[in-house]
Design a protein around this ligand. Structure first.
Ligand SMILES: *[C@@H]1O[C@H](CO)[C@@H](O)[C@H](O)[C@H]1NC(C)=O
Ligand SMILES: *[C@@H]1O[C@H](CO)[C@@H](O)[C@H](O)[C@H]1NC(C)=O
Length: 295
């Protein structure tokens, strides 16, 4: 369940559309702030686009998927695909209201992603040096997400560089792949500024990776719901860390802006969930702005 979106101008120069709330420099505040209703509402189209990623391509192709599609009525679909099995569903298109290109992939429920995140083999591995040329070898990620991203890249039939990374694979977290997509795009399209909104993202890589993401993706928001266990997996004791940019929906339905990486405040995922035994796997699918991550 993820969303990668960006707006573009001519001549392959991309610009961000400033549809997302501008958050007050969150790293300096001394308290966790909450988002006002009007700012929460700005995420609504993205939440529904992420949810729509779970719909069959036959429905997203002509935008006839019911509630999810109707939530973004002006959307112009361009392409969609995936089989929901080996290749997760995805779609891409243009939203004239937001003036944004939207790319969305299918997510997975907790029962499917759990084996990946609690895998016996959680060793952190270097990124593919061909795809991520120039990135320090100290930057390491979960091998499953790395390999799924690499497979998606090489198997893609798309010619456009942005569209080459659209498909991802069964039992891979859509959000993890989206984050790697964004890191990849930032590296290969250096003049492009785009934003990434992901939902219920697991920890993808090590401290160096989290720092790399903070440095290179300036508009990342990862939104987590209540006591979803996925954002606290794999554990920090295994060397995994989240990048900055968390927004955590508390049990009180307030959207908290969580500064820094893995903020341990009980208003943020790391502090609220603490360990898997204290989690609620059902929270993984939302709701986010009323959207449940199913089709
Ligand atoms: C959309 O596509 C589906 C299946 O491909 C088809 O049954 C339906 O009639 C189409 N609807 C519209 C409005 O084009
Ligand atoms: C969590 O957020 C608080 C409030 O802004 C901040 O003071 C603290 O440094 C943050 N903790 C971490 C680990 O980033």
């Amino acid at each position: 369940m993820l969303l990668l979106s960006f707006a573009y101008t001519l001549l392959s120069t991309f610009i961000v559309s400033y549809a997302l709330p501008a958050l007050d420099s969150p790293t300096t505040g001394e308290v966790i702030t909450s988002l006002p209703e009007a700012e929460i509402a700005k995420f609504r189209p993205y939440s529904y686009y992420a949810s729509t990623g779970n719909c069959n391509p036959s429905l997203t192709r002509n935008w006839t998927c019911g509630t999810n599609c109707e939530a973004n009525p002006t959307f112009e679909p361009v392409a969609s695909g995936g089989d929901g099995d080996k290749v997760q569903f995805w779609f891409v298109g243009y939203d004239p209201t937001l003036d944004t290109v939207v790319v969305s992939h299918q997510g997975t429920d907790f029962s499917k992603i759990k084996p990946v995140l609690t895998d016996i083999d959680l060793d952190l591995r270097e990124l593919d040096s061909g795809l991520f040329r120039g990135v320090s070898q100290s930057v390491k990620v979960h091998h499953g997400f790395r390999d799924a991203h690499a497979r998606a890249f090489t198997r893609s039939v798309f010619q456009h560089p942005v569209l080459k990374i659209l498909s991802s694979f069964k039992d891979s977290s859509g959000a993890a792949i989206a984050l790697l997509d964004s890191v990849f795009l930032a590296l290969h399209l250096p003049n492009v500024v785009f934003k990434t909104v992901v939902y219920a993202m697991p920890r993808v890589g090590n401290q160096a990776f989290a720092n790399y993401v903070d440095e290179h993706l300036h508009d990342l928001r990862h939104i987590n719901n209540k006591r979803d266990p996925v954002p606290i997996l794999p554990g920090m004791f295994l060397g995994y860390h989240q990048p900055s940019g968390e927004i955590h929906i508390g049990d009180d339905d307030v959207w908290y802006v969580c500064p820094g990486q893995d903020n341990t405040s009980e208003l943020c995922s790391t502090g609220a969930v603490r360990d898997v035994l204290n989690s609620r796997p059902g929270d993984h699918v939302g709701p986010f702005n009323g959207a449940i991550m199913t089709c």
